[in-house]
Design a protein around this ligand. Structure first.
Ligand code: ZN
Length: 66
């Protein structure tokens, strides 16, 4: 079972968490360091609480080989 996080107020999945991204010189990428409690909803444009719920069944991807 997969879970998804949505905004507790509007139910949108357009949410972000406050986090640190740490630079990794070896891979030349920002990698996720720590994730904090602060959550922001891009639809409400304000701080929000996140609701964890079961994610709907993912649609099956058509396989390239048929
Ligand atoms: Zn929201």
């Amino acid at each position: 079972m997969k879970v998804e996080y949505v905004c507790a107020y509007c139910g949108s999945g357009e949410i972000s968490r406050d986090a640190w991204a740490d630079w990794d010189t070896a891979t030349q990428q920002w990698v996720l360091g720590a994730v904090f409690d602060y959550a922001h909803c891009h639809r409400c444009e304000r701080e929000t609480s996140l609701k964890e719920q079961e994610a709907p069944e993912a649609k099956k991807q058509p396989s390239p080989s048929g």
